[in-house]
Design a binder for this molecule. Structure first.
Ligand SMILES: NC(=O)c1ccc[n+]([C@@H]2O[C@H](COP(=O)([O-])OP(=O)(O)OC[C@H]3O[C@@H](n4cnc5c(N)ncnc54)[C@H](O)[C@@H]3O)[C@@H](O)[C@H]2O)c1
Length: 260
């Protein structure tokens, strides 16, 4: 299927690793110009090397917790590519802590990155998209926000906020030719998940951990954990004009983990 995206431009936060990088790779193969925005400069340089043979791509070191960093990102992006057609927010952090053990600082740090981060970005980018009378937005939520998940309470709360934010924005900007949707993955093998799994393995020991992994896999009707490539295709589709009448929707990609 030709997605007719060649020559368009995307900003992808968190586009240097995990799901964001896989989405960037797919878009690069479609001929989309890329601005990768992330606070991890080492991963940024690595991603740049991997993608620059495929498309025009720049990496802009960006911290989603700082409005001036996001404003600089948008200035650099528009100076280089003029129009920004697509915005993808993949950047996030994760904490594996029971709510009882968590502190106000933990909640604040989580909300600052995972909810205020995309809020700051969208506030900076939407005027541009409105002036173009065109834009496509995809933000990541999580199935933990749809059904709840022990030890992820404040992460899930931030992600539920993203869903509410994007749906509301979709209503405001629809008349300007802008769509905004949410992709909600189940457990996916990325650096974010692998880090959490490594610490669980250390806490539980290899035997208990292996049993736990089997139990987790059984919770998925398709009997496996996801890969970034399972998710990236949906990002491409939602950004493309094949999805031009889809807005304000939450699309779970999760091997059947939740069916809501
Ligand atoms: N992997 C999963 O199992 C899973 C499940 C559900 C939802 N998600 C969501 O999917 C998206 C992608 O997840 P992933 O697993 O690929 O994550 P990841 O940890 O592999 O990548 C996230 C990126 O965000 C960046 N980042 C973190 N804080 C930042 C900040 N303040 N400013 C700029 N960049 C920052 C990190 O440097 C990293 O490159 C996230 O929004 C995540 O919440 C992932």
């Amino acid at each position: 299927m030709d997605f007719l995206m060649k020559g368009r431009t995307a900003i992808i936060t968190g586009g240097v690793q995990g799901i964001g990088f896989e989405a960037a790779k797919e878009l690069a193969n479609e001929g989309v110009n890329l601005i990768l925005a992330d606070r991890n400069e080492e991963a940024g340089e690595r991603a740049l090397r991997a993608l620059s043979a495929l498309t025009s791509v720049i990496f802009v070191p960006t911290d989603l917790t700082k409005q001036e960093s996001i404003d600089t990102l948008v200035t650099i992006a528009t100076k280089r590519f003029k129009e920004i057609h697509y915005f993808v927010n993949s950047a996030a952090i994760l904490d594996d802590k029971s709510f009882e053990d968590s502190s106000f600082d933990d909640w604040q740090r989580m909300l600052d990155v995972c909810l205020l981060g995309p809020m700051r970005c969208l506030h900076a980018i939407l005027p541009l998209m409105k002036s173009q009378s065109y834009g496509r937005i995809v933000c990541f939520s999580s199935d933990s926000a749809r059904v709840g998940q022990a030890k992820l309470a404040y992460y899930a709360a931030a992600k539920a906020g993203v869903t509410a934010l994007v749906k509301s924005i979709a209503q405001e900007v629809g008349p300007h030719g802008i769509t905004a949707n949410i992709v909600s993955p189940g457990a996916t093998n990325t650096p974010m998940r692998m880090e959490r799994e490594a610490s669980l393995r250390e806490q539980m020991g290899p035997e208990k951990y292996a049993k736990r992994l089997l139990t987790v896999q059984k919770m998925y009707p398709l009997r496996r954990i996801g890969e970034p490539s399972d998710i990236a295709g949906m990002v491409t589709f939602l950004l493309s004009d094949r999805a031009s009448w889809i807005t304000g929707q939450v699309i779970s990609i999760n091997g059947g983990f939740t069916m809501v």
